[in-house]
Design a protein around this ligand. Sequence first.
Ligand SMILES: Nc1ncnc2c1ncn2[C@@H]1O[C@H](COP(=O)(O)OP(=O)(O)O)[C@@H](O)[C@H]1O
Ligand SMILES: [Mg+2]
Length: 255
Amino acid sequence: MPESRRVDVSPRRLTPGPVPPRASFRPVDAAATPLAEARGVSRTFTVGGQEVTALRETTLRVRPGDRIALLGPSGSGKSTLLHLLGGLDTPTTGTVSWPTLGEAGSLRPGKVAFVFQAQSLMPPLTALENVALPLLLVGETPEAATREARRALDTLELLALADQLPEELSGGQAQRVAVARALVTRPRLVLADEPTGQLDSVTAAHLMDVLLSALEPGAALVMATHDEAVARRLDTLWRMEGGRLLSRATKEGTS
Ligand SMILES: Nc1ncnc2c1ncn2[C@@H]1O[C@H](COP(=O)(O)OP(=O)(O)O)[C@@H](O)[C@H]1O
Ligand SMILES: [Mg+2]
């Protein structure tokens, strides 16, 4: 069933924002097999005997090259949807599948990577060691992991900070290290949960610049945010409220 039949689409259009770097415009092949597909998913939590519905009958396909923003206020279900798309959680009803990536249990760092809102770096490890860690987990040699981690840090304009500990980094620098750690394995699907949530607008814009230019062309990005300016940097914007995807807008217009 097409997405448009499953959601309440209202005719909105994105207001023009700052022109993103060319690298963020990628032709998305609508016929390509999705990397992740949520079909009619709902997620209910039981808190103190009460049921809380975090996500309601949501359908979303993520295809190679997609750059999707989930824009909504706190509590609208953004994190819940990201966790389901990354296989960190399972839906109460509906299904999530990864037609080109495999089963939930096989979503290793080389396939799916997360960027969280804040303070996700390992405090005793340097920036370089934090970024090398996922490569060591997928079996790279220490030499190869260090080489690739340095490359990722360089891409994120962080090489000079390679030997710093997380506590010695600014908030923006720490988030760029977290992005480098997510991208170092060249994942096919990047899920970012309010990665700019604790940054000022200038630092947030810079994080978006380096993230969008460091992302592999065929990789997909789904980013939760409550910041309209951040959301406008991506190609597709889904508004969320009350656990539902409300309306979809793209750089080409509303659909
Ligand atoms: N693990 C959980 N246990 C109980 N309630 C939860 C849990 N995760 C999310 N919720 C609830 O589900 C709703 C949506 O949460 P969330 O997906 O975190 O929203 P957002 O990321 O948009 O702020 C909120 O009401 C939240 O309190
Ligand atoms: Mg959240």
